[in-house]
Design a protein around this ligand. Structure first.
Ligand code: ZN
Ligand code: ZN
Length: 308
């Protein structure tokens, strides 16, 4: 049950030698989900432990170049790699028009089905076996969608001692109880799942808010999130400038994490004018202690929480 997140680009505006532009990959259960796809994302992918072929879906927040300019190149390379599996791309209205133009001009001729999902309203933007991705509009200069990937709740831990005491023989009955089924033993006694399972355990929630001024939607998306990846174009103290440009400061991001009851915050989308990344989180620890700053190609090994 591996969960891994690798930042592929953590800067804003334009790609620089020291820092690329927005993108990260979230790897779960053998599949890769990409959030934003700024220029150079595919090169960064080759430097990471992820395989581009493992990409299952791509989520785009908005049509500013630093979040999407890498997409045509990546889709082109997947074609050269002879991908056949469908690829889902979720993003703002305009996605279909963009792809139509790329196809018409023969810039792209995908060898595989590209399934485009234009977001029209808040709600569930994408469904998968055991998680969904919910979206809400953020407050930026153009239509921008934030995302929360919410895994389903998991069954409680199996209590071996309890099962033995109840006389459940080791074997397939364990699995059936774990799947939520009441079983009958040879003795005629019935055993229900709640007799052998601990409390239900939460699934993992990953929230991504970029680009945005502080807003209620971001807080709602980040509610109880295990990990909030939030833009922090400017350091604390630069709120006036940040808000005028449709962005947040590190302190804004920390306040969002705090209000939402998130468990961990990582700041990304750092203005390229700031090179001392550690300073980006200065003055933020008092608002939300579990704050760190993203770096290109840094990987976070993530764990699901136990029942509280
Ligand atoms: Zn941006
Ligand atoms: Zn933007």
């Amino acid at each position: 049950m591996t969960l891994q997140l690798t930042f592929l680009g953590t800067g804003s505006g334009k790609p620089m030698p020291h820092r690329g532009v927005s993108s990260f990959g979230f790897f779960r259960e053998g599949e890769l989900f990409l959030f934003d796809c700024g220029e150079n994302t595919q090169t960064q992918l080759t430097r990471s432990s992820f395989r581009p072929g493992a990409i299952e879906a791509i989520f785009l927040t908005h049509f500013h170049g630093d979040h999407v300019n890498g997409l045509p190149g990546l889709v082109g390379s997947l074609t050269l790699d002879q991908r056949e599996r469908p690829l889902d791309i979720v993003g703002p209205k305009g996605l279909e028009q963009w792809f139509e133009t790329l196809r018409d001009l023969n810039i792209l001729w995908p060898s595989f089905p590209v399934r485009l999902h234009e977001i029209e309203e808040p709600g569930v933007a994408y469904e998968h076996d055991d998680f969904e991705v919910v979206t809400r509009p953020l407050d930026h200069r153009v239509t921008t969608w934030g995302y929360a990937l919410r895994e389903d709740e998991r069954p409680g831990r199996f209590d071996l001692d309890a099962a033995r005491k109840l006389g459940v023989p080791e074997g397939p009955l364990y699995g059936r109880l774990q799947d939520g089924e009441t079983v009958e033993l040879e003795s005629g006694r019935t055993v229900s799942p709640d007799q052998v399972l601990g409390p239900t355990r939460p699934g993992f929630t990953l929230t991504y808010c970029s680009d945005t001024r502080p807003c209620d939607s971001a807080v709602a998306l980040a509610e109880d999130a295990d990990l909030l990846v939030h833009e922090s174009t400017y350091p604390a103290g630069e709120e006036a400038l940040a808000h005028r440009r449709g962005h947040s400061t590190a302190a804004d991001a920390a306040r969002c994490a705090d209000k939402a009851g998130a468990h961990r915050l990582v700041l990304t989308h750092i203005s390229q004018r700031y090179t001392q990344l550690d300073e980006m989180a200065d003055g933020v620890g008092d608002i939300f202690p579990e704050t760190s700053v993203a770096r290109d190609l840094r990987t976070l090994e993530l764990e699901r929480r136990e029942a509280s």
